[in-house]
Design a protein around this ligand. Sequence first.
Ligand SMILES: [Zn+2]
Length: 269
Amino acid sequence: MNTFFLLRRIIIRWLYQLGKISNIDASITSILCYHSISNDHNRFAVGLETFEGQMEKISEHGTFVSLDEIIASREGAYLPSPSVAITIDDGYHDAISILPITKRLGIPIALFVLSDPERAEKKALGSKSRLLSWEEIKYLRKEGWTIGCHSATHPNFFEATETALRQEIVNAKQKLEEMLGEEVEYFAYPGGRFEDRSIRFVQEAGFKAGFSIREGCAIHGANQWIIPRTIIDKTHMISEFPAVYSPTTFFLRKWTDPLRLWNIFLKFK
Ligand SMILES: [Zn+2]
């Protein structure tokens, strides 16, 4: 634990309390983004026990909701507050291990997978864990998980040509739908990278919504094609929940963005 972690925890918890007093944090819908659920050394892997502790902490103060419920609320449907949606990117095999926890706590999960995992750019993915097979993805779908698209091979969208982008978004949706035998409605940008071109393809492909990893609430004023999500990784302590995905922390992150302070806080060794 370095000084920055400690400082971050103190600051965001203090801000959260302030937000609570001033009622800023009362109305909140957050989407959390996980990757590997394992003890892998990479920063984005969160251990199973830690994940369980985090889910229990969330259930103490908020309601778990699905992406469908969040999207419906944008058109006026009721959404409990505070509410939290859980998403998992990349589709590592270890995601299956959370099933007993999500069943026990009634957590709807949205899993964003690759349509062409055999060609996945392992370096971009960052974890050594193996990816889910199609049978396993179909099994999780049967268990009630929402399956979303996370591109075909997880490339860097900023460097992709128009043709490649189309394949990674439009064709990836079609392939996933063929594999699952149903419509795939949501897209999560690999590495959170998006620009006008990729947003346009997400719209053109017929997705209902796109998900980024920008800080922010999921409904209030959020652009439907880059809905914010908060990445949870090894640097997050359970004691930081729910402060870490609260409006006061989003405000702090936006405000400190030009100084790159948040990145210093997040430096992981
Ligand atoms: Zn990813």
